[in-house]
Design a protein around this ligand. Structure first.
Ligand code: ARG
Length: 460
């Protein structure tokens, strides 16, 4: 008898090159626990509806446990002629149980089986990422608390723009990663719908109970349409998008800190344990971890493109192209999860060079916009105030001085009677305390944000 589960229809054996070309065991062996769990739920259900006796279902479940242990112990020999993890496990069951093993695949197909396994795996991956992301958020909270009173230059176009509290900066990343967590939870809702029982594409004439399987596997719902769900990889696309978004957030953070750790910026002391040296230049301390975080993002985004292209031309229902989803899926998850796990401790152990940052804080007219807003609040039209302060900045550039160093008459010229008032807000520290809008970098608003996140992360 053919080793193939589908051998009956064939008269000659498969070309060896085809076996090499079509196999997926080299990467889908990673799904063995999910495959076993889903098969056990399926077997129990077959017992419940009378397609197996309860005793048969029990024997199958026990044998599947043993097969799981064999794989866990590295004792299962994987053979490309057995294609994939599903066939390996079924073959091992048949080897143990003979004809009883041949009954497991009743009312199911590898098409619904594989998507069930991948959904079980994705659900776990989402839960892991949620933890990884929370650790990075907590790390930014620690850094925010550690550098509470420090003021940073805020940039737009990489040009000095307005002052921001270091805590405000850290909490901006906490927000970004919160959105990533929320997105994953939303994706999880669509992952958490049971495909099994869709069989090949059309369902089955056998009296299976899909709701029992869903309950056992903790799926919130059963897919309504067998044709849809057996061909659905939207959830993979969505998950790869979520991963890409996380990677992009990590990548811009990495880019920023690569700059900030340079002699030119000199804003940060990166922890030694998260940097590497040069084989020729003895003085070097390189931010390779940050560079690889940025670099690996390209791969993650590439996998998303790969999935888009794989899906764009597929008619319903299952097509073997879908097997190509897994290398992309696994690699994106591994890459992003590990990037997050490296980022969290690195962020906690990084220090801002407060003295270096503060020493140059008055460069770049970070207080110019606050000065403009002062005149607006005294009744000068916004556009007129903008132009007047622009002229003063030009004046400062030619005198090589700061706004606070200009004579009071210059401000009197803008609005008589209100010249001396500017000195209460000029200079970066003072200008920062004049912020007041909701969500701004004002110390009280930032404290509110800190309270919000601290409470959220302390909650059990
Ligand atoms: N290894 C396949 C995959 O990953 C499993 C499904 C195969 N189904 C089939 N009809 N050939 O997609």
């Amino acid at each position: 008898m053919s080793q193939k589960t589908w051998g009956g229809r064939f008269t000659v054996s498969t070309d060896k090159r085809v076996e090499l070309f079509t196999e997926s065991i080299s990467f889908d062996q990673r799904l063995y626990k999910h495959d076993i769990r889903a098969s056990q739920a399926h077997a129990r259900m077959l017992g419940e509806v009378g397609l197996l006796t309860n005793d048969e279902a029990k024997k199958i479940c026990e044998a599947l446990n043993e097969i799981g242990e064999t794989i866990e112990a590295g004792k299962m020999e994987f053979r490309i002629e057995l294609e994939d993890i599903h066939t390996h496990i079924e073959r091992a069951l048949i080897e143990r149980l003979g004809d009883l093993g041949r009954k497991l695949h009743t009312g199911r197909s590898r098409n619904d089986q594989v998507v069930t396994d991948v959904k079980l795996w994705t659900r776990e991956a989402i839960d892991q990422l949620d933890k990884d992301l929370a650790e990075v958020q907590k790390a930014f909270l620690v850094l925010a608390e550690k550098s509470k009173d420090l003021v940073l230059p805020g940039y737009t176009h990489m040009q000095r723009a307005q002052p921001i509290l270091a805590a405000h900066y850290c909490l901006a990343y906490v927000e970004k990663f919160q959105r990533d967590r929320d997105r994953l939870q939303d994706c999880r809702k669509r992952v958490n719908i049971l495909p099994l029982g869709a069989a090949a594409l059309a369902g089955t004439s056998l009296p299976i109970d899909r709701h029992s399987v869903a309950a056992q596997l903790e799926f919130a719902e059963v897919a309504r349409n067998s044709l849809d769900v057996s061909s659905d990889r939207d959830f993979t696309l969505e998950f790869l998008y979520c991963l890409s978004n996380i990677a992009i957030h990590l990548s811009s953070w990495a880019e920023e800190w690569i700059f900030w750790a340079s002699t030119e910026f000199d804003f940060l002391i990166l922890p030694d344990a998260f940097c590497t040296g040069s084989s020729i230049m003895p003085h070097k301390k390189n931010p390779d971890v940050l560079e690889l975080t940025r670099g690996k993002t390209g791969r993650v985004i590439g996998h998303l493109q790969h999935m888009f292209i794989t899906l764009k031309g597929l008619p319903m229902a299952y097509n073997r192209d879908l097997q190509e989803d897994k290398p992309a899926l696994f690699d994106s998850f591994d890459t992003v999860s590990l990037s997050l796990q490296v980022a969290a401790p690195m962020i906690v152990e990084t220090l801002f060079k407060a003295d270096r940052i503060t020493a140059r804080l008055e460069d770049g007219f970070l207080d110019a916009t606050t000065l403009m807003e002062y005149f607006i609040s005294k009744g000068v039209p916004m556009r007129s105030a903008h132009e007047a302060i622009g002229n003063l900045v030009r004046e400062c550039e030619s005198r090589k001085c700061r706004l606070a160093e200009l004579p009071v008459e210059k401000f009197e010229d803008i609005l008589p009677g209100h010249g001396p008032g500017v000195f209460a807000l000029l200079g970066v520290q003072k200008s920062l305390t004049s912020f007041r809008s909701y969500g701004s970098t004002s110390p009280t608003e930032v404290q509110k944000q800190l309270d919000y996140w601290n409470e959220l992360f302390q909650a059990p």
